[in-house]
Design a protein. Structure first.
Ligand code: VAH
Length: 317
C-alpha cells in the first residue's frame, strides 16, 4: 500500500486531492502536508495524519518522508499566476527551490513525484488552437517560466537519477469546495458564486477570450490516474496536456442562465489577467494523455454547471 505525502494539502487542489487519495488508499496512508498558518481543519485534519512540510525546508521534508515512510509525493505548493506576478521571487522560491528539495528527498527515498504544470507553461507564440503536446514554450509570466522549469527539472531527475516524476498541464480548475487563490481563471469559479448568491457578476476577462477549463473531479482523476499508470506505456512524463472544455466568459454565462435565468453579468476587464489569459492556449490537444494512460474527462460545461450550482446552493444558502 502506498504512503503518500500531499504538499500544499490545504490549497485549492490539495484539499480535495488529499480527501480523494484517503478514500482510495486509506486515511492513515495519506499525510496532509501544510505550512504554519495554513493548518488542516475539519475533515482534512480528522481524516488522517498531517505534518508541517514547508517545501523551502529540505531537512523538514526529509524528516517527514522518513517518519511516514513516504513513497509518493504530490507537490501542490505554488503561487498562482496573478499572485506570482506580484511576488515573482517568492513564486520561484516555492516553485523551483521547493521542487528541488522535494526531488532530492525523492531521489534519496525512492519516491514518485507529481508536480502539476499548467496551460500557463505556454506563451504567446505557442499555437493557441489544439496546442500540441510537444511545442514551443516561451511564457512571459513568472508563473509560466516556473512551470516550464518544473517540467524540465522533473524530466532531468527522471533521466539522470531514475526518479519516477510525472505531471499534467492543468487547465483552469473549477471547484465549489476550496475557493481559488489568485489565478487568471478564477473568474470561472467566482461567476458561479455570484449566480447562486443572486448577485450581478463583474467579469475581469474580455468577451471572446477562450481558455481551457476543467471541473475539479476531473483534475483529481487526471492526477491520480497518471500516478497509477503503467510506466512502460509512458512516452512523455512532464508534462501531459489534459483538457476537458474550452470556453469564453459569454459561454459560461449563457450556460448558467439556463439554470438561473435572471443572472446578470457585466465586463470590467482586468489588464493583468487579460494579458495573461491572451498568452495562454484557447484549447489544448490532449491526445498523448489519452493514448499513453487512457485519460478521458467526465464533465463538460453543462454537466459541470449543473453540479456546481447544486453544490453551491447547499453550501451557500
Ligand atoms: C491560474 N488557476 O489561473 C490557475 C491555473 C491554468 C490556470 O494555473 O493561475
Amino acid at each position: 500500500m502506498k504512503n503518500i505525502l500531499v504538499i500544499g494539502s490545504t490549497g485549492q487542489i490539495g484539499s480535495e486531492l488529499t480527501t480523494e487519495l484517503r478514500k482510495r488508499y486509506g486515511g492513515d496512508h495519506v499525510v496532509a502536508g501544510y505550512i504554519p498558518g495554513a493548518e488542516p481543519k475539519g475533515e482534512l485534519a480528522e481524516g488522517g495524519p498531517s505534518a508541517i512540510a514547508d517545501v523551502t525546508n529540505g531537512e523538514q521534508l526529509k524528516e517527514v518522508a522518513s517518519k511516514y515512510h513516504i513513497d509518493t509525493i504530490y507537490n501542490l505548493a505554488a503561487l498562482l499566476s496573478v499572485v506570482a506576478e506580484q511576488k515573482p521571487r517568492l513564486a520561484w522560491r516555492i516553485g523551483i527551490d521547493g521542487l528541488w528539495n522535494i526531488l532530492e528527498v525523492a531521489r534519496e527515498n525512492k519516491c514518485a513525484v507529481f508536480t502539476p504544470s499548467s496551460i500557463g507553461s505556454f506563451g504567446p507564440n505557442t499555437p493557441h488552437v489544439g496546442t500540441p503536446q510537444d511545442t514551443i514554450q516561451r511564457p512571459r509570466t513568472i508563473y509560466g517560466v516556473s512551470k516550464v522549469t518544473t517540467e524540465l527539472i522533473s524530466d532531468y531527475y527522471f533521466h539522470k537519477y531514475g526518479v519516477d516524476t510525472r505531471a499534467v498541464r492543468f487547465p483552469g480548475l473549477i471547484s465549489y469546495v476550496t475557493p481559488p487563490g489568485g489565478g487568471t481563471t478564477d473568474y470561472a469559479v467566482d461567476i458561479y458564486y455570484a449566480a447562486v448568491r443572486g448577485e450581478k457578476f463583474v467579469c475581469p476577462i474580455k468577451e471572446g477570450t477562450l481558455m481551457d477549463m476543467m471541473y475539479m473531479p476531473d483534475g483529481l482523476h487526471a492526477a491520480i490516474s497518471l500516478m497509477e499508470a503503467d510506466p512502460s506505456r509512458l512516452i512523455h512524463r512532464n508534462a501531459f496536456n489534459v483538457a476537458a472544455m474550452s470556453f469564453a466568459p459569454e459561454t459560461i454565462y449563457a450556460e448558467i442562465k439556463k439554470v438561473i435565468p435572471d443572472f446578470q453579468m457585466v465586463y470590467d476587464v482586468d489588464p493583468l489577467k487579460q494579458s495573461i489569459a491572451e498568452s495562454w492556449p484557447d484549447s489544448m490537444d490532449d491526445s498523448a494523455a489519452r493514448s499513453e494512460w487512457d485519460w478521458k474527462p467526465q464533465y463538460d460545461l453543462p454537466t459541470m454547471t449543473k453540479d456546481m450550482i447544486e453544490k453551491l446552493r447547499v453550501k451557500l444558502l
